[in-house]
Structure formats: C-alpha cells, structure tokens
Design a protein around this ligand. Sequence first.
Ligand code: ZN
Length: 230
Amino acid sequence: MNERSALVLLSGGQDSTVCLAWALERYDHVETVGFHYGQRHEIELAQRGVIREALAKLRNWGPRLGPDTMIALTELGRISETALTRDRAVAYEKSGLPNTFVPGRNLLFLTYAAAVAYRRGITTLVGGMCETDYSGYPDCRQTTMTAMREALSLGLDYPLEIETPLMHVDKAGTWAMAEELGGTALIDIVIEHSHTCYVGNRSQRHPWGYGCGTCPACELRAKGYAHWRG
Ligand code: ZN
C-alpha cells in the first residue's frame, strides 16, 4: 500500500483535468482510470491521452504520472437511454435533472476505480464530483461520496479515501484553481484540450475552449470562464 499515491477518475473534461493536476501536485505517484460506457461522442475520451501528455510536461509532474487504465462499461450506456448515450436532444426532465443523467454512473465508476486502486495498492481515489452550481446529479453529492467511501472501505476491507477537490467549488473557482496549480500553461491545456460539450462539438473555438456553445455543459463552462475573467 502506498499512501502517497492516488487514482484519478479522468474523463477528459475540464473538472477531471483540474483534478489530475491537483493530484499531481500532492501525490508522489498518480494513476488515471477512464470509462467507456457508450458515450455518443468519443471526443472526450480521445482527449484523455492528450491531457495526460500535456500535464506530464508541467512542473515536476512528469515522473509522478503513472499508467492509465480504461474500463469498458458499455452495458451502462445500453440501459441508460440518456442524451449522453443516445441520439436525443439534451433537455430537462420532470425530475429537474437534465436527460444527460446516467442513473448511478458515479457509483459504478467509483466501484470499478476502487477495484483498480486495490489491485494497484493505491488508497486514494480522486474525482471531479461537484455539488456546486451543477445540474444536481445526486451521485455527485458529498453525502453520496461519504456513503460510498464507507461502503467501499468495508466491502474491500481496505482503507480507501475519496478526495473531491471541486465538491464545493463553482465553475469560476475551477478556472481559478487551474491557474493556481499550473499557471497560464494549465489554463491553456484546459482550454485547448479538455472537452465538456454534451454534443461533442469541437469545430467552434470559444475563449473558454471548444464546444457547441449552447448545451448546458457549454453554458456552464462559458459562464464560469466569464465570471473568473471578471
Ligand atoms: Zn456544447
């Protein structure tokens, strides 16, 4: 077991990119895990390798960055019927949640990540879950994380920690955290390489990066950027 090591859930989006930088700054050894679950657009996943390579060139992070593990969870996409995995328009449902919500997605991700961490001798999972100004996904809340940490530690009989550095940070704060961690170089990596757009559009370059500019994820990212730039 190595208490100075962490496993980061890296999707290729803005939040998980900043989480990877956060972990590389704090831990001696950092590995990444990603999930393929039948996303309509492969762009976000394709950006993961680009982001890893780019972060490895910053500060003293290169030697700290360990291997990446990709896990296929295609059944999740098949049973979810959401706008992320099917050819449907992004919209809000009666529950108030956007139809991009994949039920229980983070619960599964954390369980698989815990299994990888156990095998790799890593005791800390790092994820970009956030309950501030987000879409209200219940599996991103602190209460869910606390319960998952407890369940996984008991179920694996292994002292697992779950770190969520963005839990109480809004989108402007995420940009500020990126600047604090890696300066302009990290801001540039987030803008050029991280992908958040639900529609998977990378043809339009905005000041805050690539995306359609109108889906809920783009709107949130653009708003946060504008707020951070003041
Ligand atoms: Zn978009």
